[in-house]
Design a protein around this ligand. Structure first.
Ligand code: APR
Length: 282
């Protein structure tokens, strides 16, 4: 085991409060494209055409066609080992706040798998579980919620009404053949838009406040799979470091945080996260 890995494990083991900050890289091994890496979405598509409120006002059909494609792609991708091991670690040790820029819900799905696994192993107790699979899944859901991330950029599987503002979960295929087939609000009939934060839009206030509050009191900030290129989310690591937290960065490529990292683990999330958290109860 490398000295860096041993050192990072030691820092984590002694930390009472940890903030974990993730980006597209944590989902790369699930088959979800990143944004700026090789084959990244912004290498192929122009964000100003697809991921701004102006683009949606100009051509909601085109924007929905693209988000429909992304939703179908992501729905077919399984959470990977990094998602599951992170959630297990959070459920078993406590004191960890997970903040993500991702809109793919793979942390949430990884948390469900982790909760199910821990229930099956008898490492977590839950009322009224008699081994029936449906029971087990029902019992796992509230447990998984304890490892759910703070989402700074929304979710592909949420929608907002452009007329009444109603927000809700939304799954399934989107028919983007014409503007008349696009999803509509059940309450007011208004056009629904993807529930993600677009360029030029403010982040959800509650999520941003909760994330920065966790960073301000963290002993360690663990950064996994983000280039740190997009503000204000990217400033979360500066907030933690500024408040005295040790910074551990996991990424196979260069990031904006390399200069401030106390430990730099050059590798993929699927490889490094299990190695980092192994033996710490996960
Ligand atoms: N494991 C860990 N990290 C990886 C892996 C992997 N298997 N593969 C790639 N990476 C790293 C890349 O080296 C890069 O540093 O993941 C990072 C992905 O960076 P970006 O593509 O810039 O994605 P992200 O940082 O999440 O983007 C931030 O920008 O486009 C907006 O709103 C969007 O939330 C997104 C935000």
């Amino acid at each position: 085991m490398s000295d860096d890995l041993t050192f990072a494990r030691g820092i984590l083991a002694r930390a009472e409060r940890v903030v974990v900050f993730t980006g597209a890289g944590v989902s790369a091994e699930s088959g979800v494209p990143t944004f700026r890496g090789p084959g990244g979405l912004w290498k192929t598509f122009r964000p100003e055409q697809l991921a701004t409120p102006e683009a949606f006002a100009r051509d909601p059909r085109l924007v929905w066609e693209w988000y429909g494609w992304r939703r179908d792609l992501v729905a077919a991708c399984p959470p990977n080992l990094a998602h599951v091991v992170l959630a297990r670690w959070m459920l078993l040790r406590g004191g960890v706040t997970l903040v993500t820029q991702n809109v793919d819900d793979l942390h949430e799905r990884g948390a469900e798998e982790a909760a199910l696994g821990l229930l099956r192993e008898g490492r977590l107790a839950a009322a009224a579980v008699n081994g029936d699979e449906d029971d087990l899944r029902a019992a796992a859901r509230p447990i998984a919620a304890r490892a759910a991330p703070i989402r700074l950029h929304g979710s592909l599987f949420h929608v907002h009404c452009t007329r009444c503002g109603e927000q809700r979960e939304h799954h399934g295929a989107v028919d983007a053949t014409s503007e008349t087939t696009l999803p509509r609000c059940a309450a007011c009939g208004g056009l629904l838009r993807p529930g993600v934060v677009w360029f030029g839009e403010a982040l959800p206030e509650g999520a941003l406040e909760a994330a920065f509050a966790a960073a301000a009191v963290a002993h360690v900030c663990l950064v996994v799979g983000t280039a740190g290129a997009v503000q204000p989310a990217a400033a979360l690591v500066d907030e933690a470091a500024g408040a005295g937290a040790r910074v551990i960065v996991v990424d196979p490529g260069k990031t904006a945080y390399d200069g401030m990292a106390d430990v730099r683990l050059w590798g993929t999330a699927g490889e490094m996260v299990p190695a980092l958290l192994a033996g710490s109860g996960s």
